[in-house]
Design a protein around this ligand. Structure first.
Ligand code: BES
Ligand code: MN
Ligand code: ZN
Length: 510
């Protein structure tokens, strides 16, 4: 991954492939052309204070996501200046919004793929800004080329930016150092989640995922327990077993326990880990299964968040539950009409084998509940309906507690993840009434994302605060890259989960 350092070096003498600066949109008081953001003073001076005009001539407006390249002024050691759009200028006296900095840094880092070293001279006013730029650089530089011949040596795609120097911060200041360290740990684990999501399903089956989790847990002092199909059968995990029944690769339930001696709170995270969702006997039609390797994004996010919590040494206990299975049709697969006895003891009539996520989550939620954590948050690419409702960049938040749902939403907003609260309307519950079993795994089609949430709620232990994040939209980016988000696996929800763990550690969560 890109190597990061904080530096106070002067821009003109800096040996690098490029200097990154910020450009904002002209404000009401200064209408018209783009405005050069703080941090770029040296470049502006070399242009005799005329950099804004030069940028305007080149067509720059300062809009978010915009990139304008220009040759560096004479006397500079770096040959290139990359001006990246920051959007609107901040209100007087307040610094640039952290998400604007994160996005701009991400765009610049991606633009600089193939370069060895770049200096980022973006407008920093505090440690949070430095952390955001660091995160943006590390997330924006990401590329997945493990399966491309010669991918790393530039013959078949450019290598990610190798080195980034962050200017304008305070390298010796504790807060700045801590912000960059935090950003590095979170971004590295988030990028690892992206790698897992992008890995083809013939290489990442439940067993392989569990082995990767086991190795990482060992490396970071996290306790790990893996239940294989035998142990799952012995324990009565009918949901996970039922979903995995059709696959040649058996299901797994992975429990990752990070504990801190100073912990006062216990947060449980539960992730949907369908390594491939074909739909099962209720097979998905062509056109709906090409990206279904992404159906383990929830488990990848939980895995990344637990490891990040350990790396950051957060003073909170975090237990991660990865519910791993491959949903395939075969002679041994669960049929529509089958009844499963779940880990909780409830019976479920499977009316549609493509509504499999709620089945594996139900068992993991019940297992998580047995430890009586202070809160449970599950993360899942659960329904196409949530995608229809919120689009491809926003995840839905449902909860059995209004205050907790708001807290999760606030945490998401803080870290720059678009999310929105969704209700759990009681009247939708009766649509899942089954003539044969306690509940069916499907209900009304309308409000399908909420129906799935209501199903999950039945498997949360009495009195436990719970939230459900449906990341079906933002988990996998089928379009082009934007901001610090690449094509493919995005690492959606990782940063929200880490923030929740931090809040729990600080005693600020429930
Ligand atoms: N994994 C899918 C949901 C999904 C769809 C995720 C598109 C990402 C992109 C889930 O298992 C599923 O198939 N859900 C069904 C449920 C239905 C059968 C009740 C759906 O949403 O159609
Ligand atoms: Mn499905
Ligand atoms: Zn699925």
């Amino acid at each position: 991954m890109t190597a990061l350092t904080l530096s106070t070096a002067a821009v003109p003498g800096l040996r690098a492939d490029a200097i990154v600066i910020g450009v904002a949109k002209g404000s009401a008081s200064k209408p018209g052309g783009p405005v050069v953001a703080p941090g770029a003073e040296a470049v502006d001076q070399a242009y005799d204070g005329g950099l804004a005009g030069v940028l305007e001539t080149l067509g720059a407006s300062g809009a978010e996501g915009e990139v304008t390249k220009l040759p560096a002024p004479s006397g500079f050691k770096a040959p290139l200046v990359v001006a990246v759009g920051l959007g609107a200028q901040p209100e007087k006296d307040s610094g640039y919004d952290t998400e604007a900095l994160r996005k701009a840094a991400g765009v610049a880092a991606r633009t600089l793929a193939g370069a060895k070293k770049a200096a980022f001279a973006l407008p920093l006013t505090d440690a949070a800004g430095a952390g955001a730029v660091a995160e943006g650089v590390l997330l924006g530089a990401y590329s997945f080329d493990a399966y491309k011949d010669n991918g790393k040596d530039g013959k078949n795609g450019k290598a990610p930016l190798a080195e980034a120097v962050l200017l304008g911060g305070k390298p010796r200041d504790k807060a700045y150092k801590a912000a960059v360290e935090r950003a590095t740990a979170v971004a590295e684990e988030l990028n690892r989640a992206r790698d897992l999501i992008n890995m083809p399903p013939n290489d990442l089956d439940p067993e392989a995922f569990a082995a990767i989790a086991q190795a990482a847990a060992k490396e970071h002092g996290i306790k790990v327990q893996v239940l294989d199909e035998k142990a799952l059968a012995k324990g009565g995990y009918g949901g996970i077993l039922g979903v995995g029944a059709g696959s040649a690769s058996g299901p797994r339930l992975v429990k990752l326990s990070y504990t801190s001696s100073k912990a006062k709170k216990h947060l449980a995270l539960v992730g949907k880990g369908i390594t491939y969702d074909s739909g099962g006997i209720s097979l998905k039609p062509a056109g709906h299964n090409e990206t279904m390797k992404c159906d383990m994004s929830g488990a990848a996010a939980v895995f990344a968040a637990v490891v990040a919590a350990a790396r950051l040494g957060l003073e909170v206990n975090v237990t991660g539950w990865l519910a791993l299975a491959e949903n395939m049709p075969s002679g041994s697969a669960t049929r529509p009409g089958d009844v499963l006895r779940m880990y909780s003891g409830k019976t479920v009539e499977v009316l549609n084998t493509d509504a499999e996520g709620r089945l594996v989550l139900a068992d993991a939620l019940w297992a998580a509940s047995a430890e009586k954590p202070d809160a449970i948050v599950d993360v899942a690419t659960l329904t196409g309906a949530m995608m229809l409702a919120l689009g491809s960049r926003t995840f839905g938040i449902m909860a059995n507690d209004d205050a907790f749902r708001s807290a999760v939403h606030e945490a998401a907003e803080e870290v720059g993840e678009p999310a929105w609260p969704m209700p759990l309307p009681e009247h939708l519950r009766k649509g899942m009434d089954s003539a044969t079993a306690d509940i069916a795994n499907m209900g009304e089609r309308m409000g399908g994302g909420l129906v799935a949430g209501l199903f999950l709620r039945e498997f949360v232990g009495e009195g436990i605060t719970w939230a459900h994040l449906d990341i079906a939209g933002p988990a996998f980016n089928e379009g082009g890259p934007f901001g610090y988000t690449p094509k493919g696996g995005t690492g959606s929800a990782v940063r929200t989960l880490v923030r929740l763990a931090e809040l729990a550690a600080a005693g600020d969560l429930g």
